[in-house]
Ligand binder design. Structure first.
Ligand code: ADP
Ligand code: MG
Length: 394
C-alpha cells in the first residue's frame, strides 16, 4: 500500500488534489450524473477539516490540448460548492499567474478549483516543465483520480517528482478493494467476464485465471470463445484475430483445472435493434443469419448454480447488448443475483458499472469501482503508473 492523506500533516498546507471530475453533461452543460464528484468529497472534507488549503484539478472531456469553451469546469465548480455547502474559488487556467495568485491567497479550509488540465497538451505529454508549474502551486500532492491512474500524465505522474505524494481516500478504497482481490481473496473466487471484445479483456482473464477457482464468460466475448471451440456463431460479433488466444486460454484452463465456462444457450436475433424478433437457441444451434445478443435462460441458471457457493465474485462486462432492453435479461439477472449473494462482490468496467447504477443496487454489492480502463489494468498488471508514483510508507 502507498502513503495516504492520513500520513500527512496537512494543517495550513496547500494540497494539490488530482480528482476525476470527468462527469457526463447534457447539451446545455448540465451535469447528468455527479457520482464522480461525490466520490472525491470524503477526501476534500477530510483535508478541509484538518485545516488544509485544497487545490483541486481534473481533466474534462477531450479538448486535445486547447481551450474548448464547452469543456470548462464551471458546472463542476457550481456542483462542488453546492455539495460542500461552501463557496469554492475557480480560476480559468491551471497554470500561470491567476492560479498562482489564487493559491497564494488561500486560507485554511478554502477550496480552489483549477481549469481543465487537458487545455494544455503538456498534461497528456507528461511534460516536465508543466508538471513543475503545477507542483509550484502546492506543498503536497494527493492523487484521488483512480479512473485516470493508468495514464502517466503530468498531473498523475510528473508532478509526483516534485512534491510529497500520497493517495486520497477514494484511491485508497479502490486499491484496497481491487488489490484485495489479487492479494487475499476469500475462496471460492469466481470471475464473470462479458462485454464486447476479447482483445480488451484477454490480459485480465489471463491474470485472473491464475488466481481464481472459476471463470464464467458471456457477452460478446463468448462468441469468439465459442468459435474457437469450433461452433458456428452466425453473424455474431467475433474477433478472428483472437481465436488462437482463446484456444491458448482454454488450454491453460484445462491444464490448471480452473474451469472456464461458456454459455450453454443463447438469445439470438437477426439485428441488434429493439423490436427485432428474438429466439433462444442451444450453443450448437445459432442460425447462420442470426447474431448472439444475450446469454440464454439456461445459462443464467447454470452460471448462478456455479456462483452460489463462491465467497468472492468479480464481474466485468455485460452479458449481452444490454442497452437494448430486450437483450438485457442476462445482465440484469446477474446484477440482481450479485446484489443478493452472500459474498464479496466487486464490479468494474464502464458499462457494467453504468448498468448497476441504472438498477440502483450499487449499495448492495461490496465494491463498485469508479475506474473503467484503470480497473481492468490494475487487475491485469497489479499496479498502475499513477499509483506506483506515490510515496511508499516509511
Ligand atoms: P465494460 O465497460 O463493463 O468493461 P465493455 O466495454 O467490454 O464492458 O463492453 C460493453 C459493451 O459490450 C456493451 O456496449 C454491450 O452492448 C456489448 N456487448 C455485450 N454483449 C454483446 C454481444 N453479444 N454482442 C455485441 N456486443 C455485446
Ligand atoms: Mg467499456
Amino acid at each position: 500500500m502507498k502513503k495516504t492523506i492520513r500520513d500527512l500533516d496537512v494543517a495550513g498546507k496547500r494540497v494539490f488534489v488530482r480528482a476525476d471530475f470527468n462527469v457526463p453533461v447534457d447539451k446545455s452543460g448540465v451535469i447528468t450524473d455527479d457520482t464522480r464528484i461525490q466520490a472525491v468529497l470524503p477526501t476534500v472534507r477530510n483535508l478541509r477539516e484538518r485545516g488544509a488549503r485544497v487545490i483541486l484539478a481534473s481533466h474534462f472531456g477531450r479538448p486535445k490540448g486547447k481551450v474548448v469553451e464547452d469543456m470548462r469546469l464551471q458546472p463542476v465548480a457550481d456542483r462542488l460548492s453546492e455539495l460542500l455547502g461552501a463557496s469554492i474559488k475557480y480560476v480559468s487556467d491551471c497554470i500561470g499567474e491567476e492560479p498562482e495568485g489564487a493559491a497564494a491567497a488561500l486560507q485554511d479550509g478554502d477550496v480552489l478549483l483549477l481549469e481543465n488540465l487537458r487545455f494544455h497538451p503538456e498534461e497528456e505529454n507528461n511534460d516536465s516543465a508543466f508538471s513543475k508549474q503545477l507542483a509550484s502551486l502546492a506543498d503536497m500532492y494527493v492523487n484521488d483520480a483512480f479512473g485516470t491512474a493508468h495514464r502517466a500524465h503530468a498531473s498523475t505522474e510528473g508532478i509526483t517528482h516534485h512534491l510529497p505524494s500520497v493517495a486520497g481516500l477514494l484511491m485508497e478504497k479502490e486499491l484496497n478493494s481491487l488489490g484485495g482481490l489479487l492479494v487475499s481473496p476469500k475462496h471460492p473466487f469466481a470471475c464473470v467476464f462479458g462485454g464486447a471484445k476479447v482483445s480488451d479483456k484477454i490480459g485480465i482473464i489471463r491474470n485472473m485465471l491464475q488466481r481464481v477457482d472459476l471463470v464464467l464468460v458471456g457477452g460478446g466475448l463468448a462468441a469468439t470463445f465459442l468459435k474457437a471451440r469450433g461452433l458456428d456463431i452466425g453473424q455474431s460479433l467475433v474477433e478472428d484475430g483472437m481465436i488462437d488466444e482463446c484456444r491458448t486460454i482454454m488450454r491453460e484452463s484445462d491444464g490448471s483445472r480452473i474451469p472456464l465456462l461458456l454459455p450453454i444457450d443463447l438469445l439470438v436475433a437477426k439485428e441488434a435493434k429493439a423490436g427485432t424478433r428474438t429466439r433462444v437457441v442451444q450453443v450448437t444451434g445459432v442460425p447462420a443469419d442470426c447474431m448472439i445478443v444475450d446469454i440464454g435462460p439456461k445459462t443464467i441458471e447454470y452460471f448462478f448454480e456455479k456462483l452460489e457457493f463462491c465467497r468472492t465474485v468479480l464481474w466485468n462486462g455485460p452479458m449481452g447488448i444490454y442497452e437494448v432492453p430486450q437483450f438485457s435479461l442476462g445482465t440484469r439477472c446477474l446484477i440482481n443475483y450479485l446484489a443478493g449473494l452472500d459474498a464479496a462482490s466487486v464490479i468494474g468496467g464502464g458499462s457494467s458499472v453504468d448498468a448497476v447504477q441504472e438498477m440502483g443496487v450499487g449499495e448492495l454489492v461490496t465494491h463498485v469501482s469508479t475506474g473503467g480502463g484503470a480497473t481492468l489494468e490494475l487487475l491485469e498488471k497489479g499496479t498502475l503508473p499513477g499509483v506506483e508514483a506515490l510515496d511508499n510508507p516509511d
